[in-house]
Every structure is written in C-alpha cells, then in structure tokens.
Design a protein around this ligand. Structure first.
Ligand SMILES: Nc1ncnc2c1ncn2[C@@H]1O[C@H](COP(=O)(O)OP(=O)(O)O)[C@@H](O)[C@H]1O
Ligand SMILES: [Mg+2]
Length: 313
C-alpha cells in the first residue's frame, strides 16, 4: 500500500453532509446532555466558519480584533472522552447538523475509516493519516476559495482514536504507533497554520491513553459520563409513559438502572436505549403488553456494561 493508491473511500467512512434531517432527529434524541451539545456546537462553529465570529464582533463590538485573535488562535482540535456508550460517537456524528444550521453553511463530516487503520503493517498508520489530512486539507482549501469567506466547513472525525494517538511514552508501544501519533500531530499543526475551515474531533474511551502532545493541542476536552438519575429519567420517561407506565413505576425503573451499591455503576446511555427498551418490547411482543412487573423481573437479570478500564488503574 502506498499513499497514491489510497482512494477517498479507503480513507474515510461514508461522508455526511449537513444540514440533514436524519442527523437532526438523532441529535434531538440525545437527551440530558444539552450543555455539551451547546458548547460543542459553538466550538465547532467558530472553527468551521471563522467568518461567523468576525461578523458577530462587527455587529456587537465594533470589531474587537484583539479579543477575537485569542479565539482564532485556538487549535482546530476537540477531544471527546469518556466511558463506552455515553454518546461520544452519536454526538460527533450529528452535531454537524446544529453547526450547519447555526452558521447557515454546509458542513461535511469526514470520518476516518476504522476499517483501514487496524491492519498494523509497518508504516501503514502514518500513510493513512497523512493521506487523510492531505485530503481534508485539499477539500478545505476549495471551500475557502470563494472570496475569503468559507463557503462551507469540514468536521474531520477520528473516532476510537486510542490506536492512533496513544501516548508515545507507553512502554509497550511499537515504533509504528509512535509514527502514527507524529503524523497526527503534524496534521493538526498543518491545519492550524493555514486557518482552514476544519475542525478535528477525536473520540476516546481512555483520556489517559492519548498522547500528551495531542492533548496539549486540544482547544477543549469534553468529558462524558454515565447518565445520572435525571439523565436516565430523560431517556426512559417518554418511551415508558407511551407503554402505560405510571410515574411511580418510571421512578422505580430509573432507580433500578442506577448504581445498586457504592462501588457499582449504573446503566450507560446505550444500555438504556439499545438493551433495556428493546428487551422490554421484544419480551412482550407479539402476544402480551409490556408491564411494570415484568420490567422489574427483566431488570433483575440485566447488568450495566462494565466500565471501560482506563489504563491508569
Ligand atoms: N445522551 C444520550 N441520550 C440518549 N441516548 C444516548 C445518549 N448517549 C448515547 N445514547 C445512546 O447510546 C448509543 C451509543 O452511544 P455512542 O455514541 O455509540 O457511545 P460512545 O461512542 O460514547 O461509546 C447511541 O446510539 C444512543 O442510542
Ligand atoms: Mg463510540
């Protein structure tokens, strides 16, 4: 494999253009994380559309060039970190819709392919990353060309990033992995220098595994946690009410999906959406209705996904 032979379809999974109704719907279904949604939307918006803050500053502050300079000099990288099933992928695949709508521009998501990067041949990760950054850079240059103002923006998503940007200090690390980190850092720096309308989103289950040189380049680090009581309620309330559960019964389900003892953990967001709710329905379908009593029985056998063990412990 060499750089030339890598097509855009080798490098990236399906690209997504926003605004997009499907993404809007998926984003709306992510509940209890409004603050992260808002902050991420804004951080990404100013990266993919630098003209936006300039227009804002002109309108409200007579330009405020010095103040804006601090915003503009931020690196084009944000990190989403946290346990599995806490919504990192779901949010990064859909937030582009909110960015596009806020800025009134088109935004395209370029997700680095998970399929190609894992094969572990010498030099492969470096080639793949460099080629991916090249492609993103070229696409962003085209967007910028229309008279200084970007005609659209790009979100470059590196999901499950641990393999790519693992700490260079990790003792067990192979030479090749270090090369991957270096290629990633070079790519971030190249994008930063050129002030292109690109934001890089990096998702990881283990913040401590990410190389410090990568973390230093993050404009912001968003930490995701398992849902607390209010967030679990926000997920299950409407679907359970639809199924005829009373308020006190919903409260009990919320309680039973939380940590059951001091050391324990509660259900993840995906435990609620992808296991609990479908299980309740499939258990009853096609002969019986879903009942609270049966839900309690099923919950007794359902364990939360174990926490993703962080390298630190
Ligand atoms: N805040 C949330 N509200 C509702 N559902 C969520 C939320 N976060 C995650 N989910 C559900 O969990 C699923 C898995 O989340 P995902 O983004 O893949 O987690 P991660 O990438 O952090 O491991 C999502 O597709 C969605 O159904
Ligand atoms: Mg994920």
């Amino acid at each position: 494999m060499n750089g030339e032979s890598l097509s855009i379809d080798d490098l990236f999974d399906r690209r997504l253009d926003y605004p997009d109704m499907g993404a809007a719907r998926r984003l709306a279904r992510l509940v209890g994380i409004d603050e992260a949604k808002t902050r991420l939307r804004k951080v990404l918006a100013v990266l993919v559309n630098p003209a936006g803050p300039q227009a804002w500053a002109k309108k409200h502050h007579n330009g405020a060039a010095t103040a804006l300079d601090y915003l503009e000099r931020r690196p084009p990288l944000v990190v989403l970190a946290g346990d599995v099933g806490t919504g990192k992928t779901a949010l990064s695949e859909t937030i582009g819709d909110a960015v596009a709508r806020q800025e009134h521009i088109g935004v395209t998501l370029y997700p680095l392919s998970l399929a190609t990067r894992g094969s572990g041949k010498v030099g492969e990760m470096t080639l793949l990353l460099s080629a991916a950054f090249d492609t993103v850079l070229k696409a962003a240059e085209k967007l910028r060309r229309s008279g200084g103002k970007a005609s659209g923006g790009i979100i470059f998503l590196v999901d499950e990033a641990d393999a790519v940007t693992q700490s260079r200090e990790a003792a067990q690390m192979h030479h090749e992995d270090r090369a991957g980190v270096n290629a990633f850092i070079r790519g971030v720096d190249r994008l930063a220098e050129q002030h292109l309308p690109v934001a890089i989103v990096l998702c990881t289950n283990r913040l401590t595994s990410i190389d410090p040189a990568v973390l230093r380049r993050a404009a912001e680090i968003f930490e995701f946690r398992r849902p607390n009581e209010a967030q679990r309620r926000a997920v299950v309330e409407e679907p359970l009410a639809d199924l005829g559960f009373k308020k006190s019964q919903i409260d009990r389900v919320v309680e039973l999906t939380g940590a059951q003892d001091k050391k324990g953990v509660g259900f993840t967001f995906s435990d609620l959406t992808q296991r609990l709710l479908p299980t309740l329905i499939l258990d009853a379908y096609p002969d019986r209705p879903v009942t609270f009593e049966r839900a309690v029985e099923l919950l007794a056998d359902m364990k939360p996904t174990p926490p993703f063990r962080d390298g630190a412990d």
